[in-house]
Design a protein around this ligand. Structure first.
Ligand SMILES: Nc1ncnc2c1ncn2[C@@H]1O[C@H](COP(=O)(O)OP(=O)(O)OP(=O)(O)O)[C@@H](O)[C@H]1O
Ligand SMILES: [Mg+2]
Length: 431
């Protein structure tokens, strides 16, 4: 039973994906997050994670939100929305600040992060997140939370995630057209990781690979911090297209065949297994070996995981992922995906379903709900941070810049601010 002083708040995650819009309603209190309702409807308004048809997207958001509202019995006004697509980039940056008092305070952390943001960003892009990897107080590195530490010089290493402003604005516009306010825009793989990872996995190094319909999103955690994030423009829809072309069957039937009989690893399929392939253009259905289906799927799945492996190798962090990889996204429901990923990535792989929430959890069981639940977790953390008297930017690994920086979309003004600051002049002279 909740105490009278318990504050509860409704947080809604809005995952606008290439194949579906999913609205997840969570009630947040001091005990954690209770899932109250979910709305999940197909969406045809996106291409490869990016809104390409406002009208269709708005329609799906409206339906998903209405479904979730009815189930949860609450009115939805504000959402945390996901953003993805190959316009997302991440880059490293450093910040440095002099500690104002004798020990590092919240204001020092805010200033050092502001400094780390001051890098040139193209005029049509905006900073989405400032993700601290480590803090350095004087010469001591590897610090996760510097608040309260003694020192005179505070440094931070961050990962800056930037996005095309127009893509972010289109997500916000679609939500606003449904009468919703977007509290913040969150990188989708960050949300997925938030939903499925344990703190231990983040600490010992892990990759989260979200294989959705249009994109495969990658995020790497090393020593508890986010070390890399990127989006690869292939996903489960490519597999469906291959099946449709290879078996000369309509897309809808190809999708059904893939889900019901598909397998990513040919050797997991028995020689005598058969499937029925519906004909296209009035041709009658025909029988085919299930092996034929897996022979079509396997090369595409191999290509997807090979691209992921190459991305990881390029970061130089492969050896540091001791916890292996966690797969999320609907496309990993395909039989054999986990086993195949293990083979190609050369590391232990598990499928990730949302963890750490209560309530009607059966509604959000499955890797396809990782982003929606992660967005609720992100929003819940933002609320806790806002209430925390100590360190709003620290208790969460990700400092979202989208909400605050949506209107000041480029770094030029940020740099200007930094340049103008007398404090920075002093800092430059001092170091
Ligand atoms: N049972 C299943 N077996 C195989 N594939 C599946 C299954 N269920 C869903 N998928 C595939 O998962 C993909 C959709 O996954 P998901 O819902 O995570 O994508 P999305 O969030 O809409 O897209 P994205 O994240 O790329 O923008 C589709 O390609 C679909 O065919
Ligand atoms: Mg998705």
């Amino acid at each position: 039973m909740k105490g009278r002083t318990d504050q509860t708040e409704i947080v809604v995650g809005l995952d606008i994906g290439t194949t579906k819009v999913c609205a997840v309603v969570g009630e947040v209190d001091s005990d954690g997050i209770t899932i109250l309702g979910v709305g999940n409807v197909p969406c045809r308004g996106l291409r490869k994670g990016v809104v390409s048809n406002i009208e269709l997207t708005v329609r799906s958001i409206r339906d998903a939100v209405e479904q979730a509202q009815n189930m949860a019995g609450v009115e939805i006004r504000t959402v945390y929305a996901g953003v993805a697509g190959s316009h997302i980039r991440s880059a490293s940056s450093d910040g440095v600040a002099a500690v104002m008092g004798r020990e590092v305070g919240r204001i020092d952390v805010e200033r050092v992060l502001e400094g780390a943001r001051a890098i040139p960003v193209d005029a049509d892009r905006q900073i989405l997140h400032v993700l601290p990897r480590e803090y350095i107080v004087d010469n001591q590195d590897g610090i996760r939370d510097p608040i309260g530490m003694s020192g005179v010089r505070l440094q931070v290493r961050v990962n800056l995630v930037t996005a095309a402003t127009s893509c972010v604005q289109n997500v916000i516009r679609c939500a606003e057209r449904c009468g919703l306010t977007v509290a913040d825009v969150v990188l989708e793989p960050l949300a997925s990781a938030e939903a499925v990872l344990s703190e231990d996995e983040k600490e010992i190094g892990v990759a989260v690979i979200d294989v959705g319909g249009g994109t495969t999103d990658l995020i790497l955690y090393v020593e508890g911090g986010i070390a890399h994030t990127s989006v690869i423009p292939v996903g489960g829809n490519n597999i469906t297209s291959d099946v449709a072309a290879g078996l000369r069957t309509p897309m809808g039937e190809a999708e059904r065949l893939k889900r019901n009989s598909g397998c990513a690893l040919g050797r997991m399929v028995g020689d005598d297994e058969e499937i029925e392939v519906p004909g296209v253009g009035g041709h009658p259905p025909r029988k085919a070996a299930r092996r034929v289906l897996s022979d079509i799927i396997e090369p595409r799945a191999e290509e997807m995981f090979a691209l992921v492996r190459k991305r990881i190798e390029d970061t130089g962090l492969l050896e540091q992922l001791s916890a292996g990889a966690v797969l999320t996204g609907g496309a990993v429901l395909l039989e054999g995906m986990t086993e195949f990923a293990e083979e190609i990535l050369g590391m232990p792989v598990r499928m990730g379903s949302p963890i750490g929430v209560s309530g009607i959890t059966q509604l959000v069981q499955g890797p396809q709900f990782a982003t929606g639940v992660g967005l609720v977790k992100f929003g819940a953390q933002a609320l806790r941070d806002a209430r925390s008297p100590i360190a709003p930017t620290l208790s969460h690994a990700a400092v979202s810049a989208a909400g605050r920086a949506a209107s000041r979309s480029v770094s030029a003004p940020i740099e200007e601010e930094a340049r103008k600051s007398k404090f920075f002049d002093w800092l430059r002279a001092a170091f």
